[in-house]
Design a protein around this ligand. Structure first.
Ligand SMILES: Cc1ncc(COP(=O)(O)O)c(C=O)c1O
Length: 975
């Protein structure tokens, strides 16, 4: 036997599902000779790249991890007491390993199929309850992208709610975090809203144009104000007030809801979520029940299933802003689910007592610190504070000397203004940290160290010295869930119980069209939880983040190569935020040329709802372009509208390949047409998985596009977030990319769209790893395989489910739409198929987008032939079950589709009166029998939950009263 030496761990073979033998079989089924032939028949020659991607050679997993350790090693992990909304925190190891590092949690999708997502829905309702309890308000959403954008969402919400005719001014306390003010300015300007920035104590609230206000609690310099009077005066003038608040402080401070706030926004990061050099973290927004229909983001609510049991699902979904398209006031789609699950679980683990203890420790250390600073003759700007003190030194030289001295000791503080210093203590702060800080102050001031610096043990017990009105008296987190799982075994088992209720990529393929649920390889995930990646404060001096600088530089360059663009911004925290950022860039470009009137966005009817929502948030006029019967952009309609709006044309937004799963041949002509009319082309890059290495946004003629790194570039969906939506632009648009007020983000001039300069920096290593381990050839092979897998599914399924749209030669891109509307004649809805798939162990494809009543299937390149065949087997068997109904052999209402999904409880009930067997219900295939995934609830009645909205953990006593109401409506499940 001859042995030859070859690398055995080539990553591309692990990422792409089918091996050579499977590829050969699949090609036979499709009816083509080779992958090249398939690609030639699928991707129009006109748009094909003429060159191979120029990326570094692919690394193996081992090589990547070794190399990345060196890069990350250039980051210096200092003790950061910078604050400004970001605080070091102790993620309990049990949560780190069992949620943050656990694919059972991080590979799930947004819980659209609620029956197989009860675990994270429960975790999210815990999070909502935590936010509601701590803020003292009535309703909260399940997360927003960060504190800055949460504040901007409150502004938009108030603007939508106000009855004032000339509502053009929004008051912002000068003590709001600077990055929040930056984001607020970005978001207010396109809507013609002026920010009035000042001291809330002297603000002129009588101005009729003021419709809303925001204040910070505790304020940026640490002062804790009682806002009761301010809020009440604002209300007298018809002004709604948002309070940006710190959740940990709220365990001790009177909640803003009790001061009358209309909304409370903030960041839950310090509840166990690593700093991550800026993100991802879960923002939150809590508000009054009366505003529940306009609250941005997703809300989880309680409802009932077909058996009358309590069940959770996303509530009031038709209220979701982006579904309202051009009428929307928010575009939130992907949010920060994994991070809110972590923050909520941190509260479950610690409970109200331990949380209060953490807050007390932080406060007592801060008191110790301020005593020492005062002993040194320094006066603090805040009279009452929680964890932050600020002071002004005599000169800039002194402040610089302090910075040098502390940095030599590995400590970062906040240095701002001429010579001001801010110090924010956090959960991990120790007495030694306080002593080190005080000694450094003493040294630069040339004074002996104060007594407080000699402290080696815990600070003394002290009375809270805040005015009574600021001291929290109300209880919080009283629900048993926050008072039960405080020992590690308890929490471990609770988290496992929840995880077991959810179907993730760890179970089976999730073929959600437009969502690209591909492999999130373990090697890609490993660096995310390294301290060199996780423990950097976003406003740490850039010299300490040289590793990050290299990651950003490489990743931006690689994404430029993949897209064909000249510059990339990594700042947006989701695809929709990328859309918004990209449209702002186009807007700024027109404005810089004096074309202020160019304000029309052409958007095809088939576009994802976030497209028109983002354009509306930019204050653009949206003109909808029709689709043809083949699912393509109607060229005649486009021409007519481009001509009609030529003078005012800002841009076209186009998804490519289209959400109908085809590469439009005419895309280059479409882009040329828009350019001829002076507009720019925005490409929605959600379908980039069908482009990489074969074509590119620049190649088709686009000027800007966002990439969903949480789709094409392997960042896991986390059950509904985090996401990263960087944008790429052609050279003349580069100057308008987002900048940042606190950190100079490479001299870019645009306003910030996220609170952190590089958005969700700590998950960028995942995409970095993917590109580094795939290399140019591997990325192209992934795209080819994605197209192969989709066309294989088409070949196997089309005789059972007609494929709605195909390209000129009958091929589909990386996804396809399966027709299901004709089953309605037999009373079978597309949702019945989606729910029945759960009994077979699969998550449904995308339901009713972009065409109502259909399924959009995207297998991705990571699924092997065996898994694709299992999925086909399920779909074909379901088709047979539908036929039984169509042909009258099965009852139209009493059949396995209508009763799906089947829970163990239903099947084990002593009584079984259905006309089909228990076996057919639960074990319709051999795969299901061997690897059964049991849905934990039966079909959920969403309408019932929307009529009886409950969005927080209900106390046990309330269940007792409620139980009798927990019955399904006689109309049955309503979808
Ligand atoms: C075509 C398309 N555009 C935009 C988006 C919005 O992206 P995100 O959810 O990251 O905000 C999606 C999300 O699924 C999408 O499918």
């Amino acid at each position: 036997m001859k042995l030859s030496f070859k690398p055995a761990d080539v990553f591309v073979d692990r990422h792409n599902g089918p091996d050579a033998a499977a590829v050969a079989e699949m090609l036979r089924t499709i009816g083509v000779e080779s992958v090249d032939q398939l690609i030639n028949e699928t991707v129009p020659a006109r748009i094909r790249l003429k060159h191979e991607l120029n990326l570094p050679a692919a690394l193996t997993e081992r090589q990547f991890l070794h190399r990345f350790k060196q890069i990350a090693g250039q980051n210096k992990v200092f003790r950061s007491f910078i604050g400004l909304g970001y605080h070091d925190t102790q993620l309990p190891p049990v949560i780190l390993r069992n949620i943050m590092e656990n694919p059972g949690w991080y590979t799930a999708y947004t819980p659209y199929q609620a029956e197989i997502a009860q675990g994270r829905l429960e975790a999210l309702i815990n999070y909502q309850t935590m936010v509601i309890d701590l803020t003292g308000l009535e309703i909260a959403n399940a997360s927003l992208l960060d504190e800055g954008t949460a504040a901007a969402e409150a502004l938009h919400m108030f603007h939508g709610l106000t009855k004032k005719k000339n509502a053009t001014k929004f008051f912002v306390s000068e003590q709001v975090l600077p990055q929040t003010i930056d984001v607020l300015r970005t978001r207010a300007t396109p809507l013609g809203i002026e920010l009035i920035i000042g001291d809330h104590r002297t603000a002129d609230l009588a101005d009729e144009a003021l419709f809303g206000a925001i204040v910070q609690y505790p304020a940026a310099d640490g002062e804790v104000f009682d806002y009761t009077d301010f809020i009440s005066q604002a209300h007298d003038h018809g002004i709604m007030v948002a309070v940006a608040a710190d959740l940990l402080a709220l365990t001790l401070l009177t909640p803003p809801g009790e001061m009358g706030a209309d909304a409370v926004v903030g960041n839950s990061q310090r509840f166990g979520v690593p700093l991550g050099y800026g993100g991802p973290h879960a923002g939150f927004l809590a508000t009054k029940d009366a505003f529940k229909r306009v609250i941005p983001g997703r809300i989880i609510g309680q409802s009932v299933d077909a058996a009358g049991n309590k069940a959770y699902r996303m509530a009031l979904q038709t209220r979701e802003q982006h579904i309202r398209r051009e009428k929307a006031t928010s575009n939130i789609c992907t949010a920060q689910v994994l991070l809110s699950v972590i923050a909520g679980m941190y509260a479950v683990y610690h409970g109200p007592q331990r949380l209060t203890q953490i807050a007390s420790n932080v406060h007592l250390l801060t008191r110790q610190l301020s005593t020492g600073l005062q002993e040194l003759g320094l006066s603090l700007s805040a009279e009452h504070y929680f964890d932050t003190v600020s002071l002004a030194l005599e000169s800039a030289e002194l402040s610089q000397a302090l910075k040098t001295e502390l940095e030599a000791n590995g400590i970062n503080l906040r240095y701002f203004g001429e010579s001001s210093v801010g110090i924010s203590l956090h959960e991990k702060a120790e007495v030694e940290d306080v002593a080190d800080i005080l000694r450094a102050f003493a040294k630069v001031l040339g004074k002996p160290a104060p007594a407080a610096a000699e402290l080696v043990e815990a600070p003394a017990d002290l009375e809270l010295n805040w005015p009574q009105s600021l001291i929290r008296t109300s209880e919080f987190l009283t629900h048993p869930v926050f008072n039960t799982h405080h020992a590690e075994h308890e929490l471990l088992r609770y988290m496992k119980q929840l995880e077991n209720k959810d179907l993730s990529l760890a179970h089976s393929m999730i073929s959600l069209g437009s969502c690209t649920m591909k492999l999130n390889a373990t090697a890609e995930m490993i660096p995310v939880t390294w301290p060199e990646i996780g423990q950097l404060h976003p406003f740490a001096p850039r010299e300490q983040a040289q590793g990050y600088a290299e990651i950003f530089k490489d990743l931006e360059a690689w994404l430029c190569e993949v897209t064909g663009f000249d510059a990339v911004s990594l700042q947006p925290n989701s695809g929709a935020q990328g859309e918004y950022a990209g449209l702002l860039v186009i807007k700024a470009y027109h404005e810089a040329r004096g074309d202020h009137h160019r304000n029309v966005a052409l958007i095809p009817a088939s576009a994802h709802g976030t497209n028109p929502a983002s354009a509306a948030m930019c204050g653009m006029n949206i003109v909808v372009v029709k689709s043809t019967e083949q699912g393509e952009i109607d060229l005649d309609d486009l021409k007519e509208k481009a001509e009609k709006h030529s003078a005012n044309l800002s841009c076209l937004m186009v998804t490519y390949p289209s959400t109908h799963g085809v590469y439009e041949e005419s895309i280059i002509d479409i882009c040329n047409l828009i350019h001829e009319h002076g507009g720019r082309v925005y490409m929605d890059g959600a379908n980039m998985n069908a482009q990489v290495g074969l074509t590119s946004p620049a190649n088709i003629g686009a000027d800007v596009c966002h990439l969903n790194l949480h789709k094409t570039f392997c960042i896991p969906h986390g059950g509904g977030g985090p996401g990263v939506g960087p944008i790429g632009v052609v050279a003349d648009l580069a100057p308008y990319l987002p900048g940042h007020v606190v950190v100079d983000a490479d001299g870019r001039s645009g306003g910030a769209v996220s609170a952190a300069p590089w958005g969700s920096a700590s998950i960028l290593p995942i995409s970095y790893a993917y590109i580094a381990m795939m290399g140019g050839e591997g990325l192209k092979a992934a795209t080819q395989t994605a197209i192969l897998n989709a066309n294989y599914l088409k070949a196997r399924l089309e005789e059972h489910y007609p494929v709605l749209y195909t390209g000129a030669q009958g091929r589909v891109a990386h996804e396809m739409i399966l027709e299901c509307r004709h089953f309605k004649k037999a009373g079978i809805e597309v949702e019945d198929i989606a729910k029945r798939l759960m009994d077979y162990g699969f998550h449904a494809p995308t339901v009713s987008f972009p065409v109502a009543g259909t399924l959009m299937v995207e297998p991705t390149e990571s699924e092997g032939k065996e898994e694709l065949d299992r999925f086909c087997e399920a779909m074909i068997k379901i088709r047979q079950e539908i036929r039984e109904v169509e042909e009258g052999r099965a009852d139209a209402k009493d059949n396995p589709l209508k009763h799906a999904p089947h829970t163990a409880a239903v099947l084990l009930d002593a009584e079984w009166t259905r006309p089909y067997s228990r076996e057919q219900a639960a074990y319709p295939t051999d795969f299901a029998r061997r690897y059964k995934f049991w849905p934990s609830v039966s079909r959920i009645d969403s309408a019932f939950g929307d009529r009886n909205l409950i969005c927080a953990c209900t106390p046990i006593e309330a269940y007792a009263d409620q139980e009798e109401h927990l019955v399904p409506t006689d109309k049955g499940p309503s979808y």
